[in-house]
Design a protein around this ligand. Structure first.
Ligand code: GDP
Ligand code: MG
Length: 729
């Protein structure tokens, strides 16, 4: 006999520890996908425990079950339509009041609810004591204490859930939220109406349906009106009457009154069930916030943190970078020695190792950057930045909340664009997604380091910092412009959540950092590898090129002449200097050959073709090709430059620097190129993310077109303006 299957859904506020508990329960048996039709992540896992097959689902984190955000709709629909056997509400016990809003809403739906009072450790250390029996009694809900990050209470939780599922449980009417008399009257009128005018069964219990109608819940109203059939108009009128009835008595929207009453109910519960010991009452988080979100201190502290983050990324990152650098060139020279000349060797050395090697050296920088971002996130500081940036973000017509995805954009635009899911208004999302690519991501960093390092040596850090600033300023300008044209509208109101500060767990920070860096490594293994090979192939073919001169014969003649002169030489010193001279001349010819070969390669031809577009920006055909290759991934720009500029020998960063200096690039054209790199079209992965998140080709094309034109115009202004002012020419 196959075991009985139970479906258990985990609901809860964001940050309540849902995912942690989900991971504890399901371990490796997870399946990650999307909820159908929307871009909200769906995680589910199936485990066998206590003779049952348990299907566990991690619902999106929400504060409420109103149909305002995608997350709320997804969570609500799952509970209403899929009828899970048990819903476990993960509650942050150190923040009971806030968590209870969702909890009371869950109690209003006909489903079996179980509370997991998570963060029991935090509650205890803050001196918060919760009287579970009273709470359990007041809401008629079983309760289990858990500490998610220490894997405590998981088994008890599962046992309770199974017990609850098996109980032929009658969900008592008496212990739900009670509203004031007038509202209860309106509710019961609607309940009566359902009995009279709606023949088929309502999909949900009638009290809940009535409450939703009074709250003007569009989704429920549509469903009810369809069921009403012929009496549609009458039902619609009755709903209006019920809403009017409340509005007349409270002089406010019914949904506001209901929310207020729920909070009142919750405040009552909290009063009866929570005691806080006097000694601990001074909330630590609130004290920290007094400094970190202080009107005067907050902003400078924030800027300092960001500055420190970049400082750490660049200075500390340099050390392991040097190690990787020498490992790569070591590998390269070993292979060079032991492999005989062939097309394969060329591919391996100049394609694969040169390409991937030039990118892998930046792994330490990127790890550090992601480490810092994870640290901001896990301590709860990230949420404060939203608060601090609120005023500035309002200049763009956005909330502080949009700042979080933008800050993450410094790491990588892809997760940043995904993070916009937390924004409630569609227009806010679109706007945030459109300006996020101007946040200079870590993939662009290698390009800055190479070019700025070459042309501005000591001042490279300042140049790079200014680039980041330019990105930020242009995102503000763009935001303002779009807000007053294509994306007109007010910013939707929202509650600025200030979750408590937490001492981050090393493990959790590491996991977050690793999850982000994994993407970078994966990219190395596929996109960058393939891109480098393609770029190499384009530069290595066609093989038989007709050179402008018979260089092979020239070299031969030089060698012969060298040999003859050598014999005729007076003494050893003279002979040696002659040999040196010959070798140098041969080397020079080889360089010319290589240059001609590249110029005549497919890549060279492409470069020449697009050169007219870039020459007004002071970028030569090699730079143009490099920029073109950045379409795949920005990291590839560096390796393409390596292939194109560096003639022979080692293709490490040092060689590239020397080559760039003698390539005709000036500090001015270097800046122009940097500006172009900062702004031009996002990489393939980012484009895919934009398309996925906005589900629109139109906005994707807009983003590509806008950013690339902006890049060209800005670079043009920099280069031509600089030339007019006789800067660096
Ligand atoms: P979700 O947003 O609800 O999925 O929350 P997460 O599972 O991502 O947890 C948010 C943070 O809380 C993580 O850093 C967890 O390590 C931490 N966390 C989870 N459970 C507990 C707990 O019981 N006690 C403490 N102190 N931290 C916890
Ligand atoms: Mg989660």
């Amino acid at each position: 006999m196959s075991p009985r299957t139970l479906t258990i859904a985990l609901a809860g506020n964001p940050n309540s520890g849902k995912t942690t508990i989900f991971n504890n329960l399901t371990g490796a048996h997870q399946k990650v996908g999307n909820w159908s039709g929307v871009t909200v992540e769906k995680k589910e896992g199936v485990i066998n425990r206590h003779g049952y097959e348990l299907k566990i689902i991690d619902l999106p984190g929400t504060y409420s079950l109103t149909p305002f955000s995608i997350e709320e709709i997804v969570a609500r629909n799952f509970i209403l339509e899929e009828h899970p056997d048990v819903v476990i509400d993960i509650i942050d016990a150190s923040n009971l009041e806030r968590s209870l809003y969702l909890a009371t809403q869950l109690r209003e739906i006909d489903c079996k609810v179980l509370f997991a009072l998570n963060m029991a450790d935090m509650a205890q250390s803050r001196g918060i004591k919760i009287h579970t029996e009273t709470l359990s009694d007041l809401l008629d809900v079983p309760i289990v204490f858990t500490v998610g990050n220490k894997n405590e209470g998981m088994d008890a939780l599962l046992k309770k859930a199974i017990e609850l599922a098996e109980k032929t449980h009658h969900i008592p009417e008496g212990r739900k939220v009670r509203y004031s008399q007038d509202i209860e009257f309106a509710i019961s009128r609607l309940q009566d109406l359902f009995q009279k005018s709606i023949s088929g069964a309502l999909p949900y219990n009638d009290r809940w349906t009535a409450i939703k109608l009074i709250e003007d819940d569009k989704i429920v109203r549509e469903q009810v009106l369809i069921l009403a059939g012929d009496s549609r108009q009458m039902v619609q009128d009755e709903i209006q009457v019920a809403r009017r009835y409340i509005m007349d008595r409270f002089d406010d929207d019914p949904e506001i009154i209901m929310t207020d009453e729920r909070y009142g109910f919750i405040a009552g519960i909290v009063k009866e069930t929570v005691t806080t010991s006097a000694r601990q009452r001074v909330d630590i988080s609130r004290n920290i916030d007094r400094v970190l979100t202080n009107r005067f201190l907050g902003f400078p502290i924030f800027v300092f943190f960001i500055w420190a983050m970049f400082q750490l990324t660049f200075t500390v990152g340099e050390i392991p970078k040097a190690w990787i650098q020498s490992a790569v060139s070591g590998l390269s020279s070993v292979l060079d020695l032991h492999l005989s000349d062939s097309l394969f060797k060329d591919l391996l050395l100049n394609g694969v190792i040169a390409g991937v090697g030039s990118v892998v050296v930046f792994l330490p920088n990127i790890l550090i950057l992601f480490f810092c971002i994870s640290l901001f996130e896990d301590t709860g500081y990230m949420a404060r930045t939203a608060f601090l940036m609120d005023k500035i973000m309002h200049m763009i017509g956005l909330h502080g909340k949009s700042f979080i995805p933008m800050l993450m954009g410094f790491g990588c635009n892809v997760p940043a664009i995904m993070a916009t899911r937390t924004l409630e208004s569609e227009k806010d999302r679109i706007l945030t997604i459109l300006i996020t690519p101007f946040m200079s991501c870590s993939a662009r960093l290698p390009i800055y380091i190479v070019i700025a390092g070459t042309f501005f040596a000591g001042r490279a850090g300042t140049v790079i910092f200014s680039l980041y600033l330019v990105g930020i300023v242009l995102s503000i300008v763009t935001g303002r412009m779009l807000r007053s044209t294509l994306l007109k509208g007010l910013d939707a109101p929202f509650v600025m959540e200030l979750p408590p500060y937490r001492v981050p767990m090393a493990k959790s920070v590491m996991i977050h950092m690793w999850e982000r860096s994994k993407m970078f490594l994966k990219k190395m293994g596929n996109i960058i590898l393939i891109g480098s090979v393609i770029i190499w192939a384009l530069s290595a073919f066609p093989r038989n090129i007709s050179y402008s001169n018979d260089f092979a014969r020239e070299i031969q003649q030089l060698q012969q002449k060298g040999a003859q002169d050598g014999q005729a030489a007076a003494d050893d010193t003279a002979r040696m200097s002659l040999e040196k001279e010959t070798a140098a001349s041969i080397e020079a010819i080889k360089r010319i050959m290589k240059a001609e070969k590249i110029e005549n390669s497919y890549m060279g031809r492409m470069g020449k073709m697009i050169e007219p577009v870039f020459s007004p920006l002071g970028i030569d055909w090699r730079g143009s090709v490099a920029l073109l290759s950045g379409f795949v991934a920005k990291e590839i720009v560096v390796s393409t430059m390596g292939i194109l500029y560096v003639a022979e020998g080692d293709k490490d960063a040092e060689a590239l620097r020397t080559a760039l200096l003698s390539s005709g690039m000036t500090p001015l054209s270097a800046i122009s190129m940097l500006v172009f790199v900062l702004l031009y079209l996002p990489c393939l992965a980012t484009m895919a993310a934009i398309r996925r998140e906005l589900r629109s080709w139109k906005w994707l094309l807009f983003s590509i077109g806008y950013s690339t034109s902006l890049a060209w115009v800005m670079a043009f202004l920099v280069f031509q303006g600089g030339k007019l002012l006789h800067l660096g020419v």
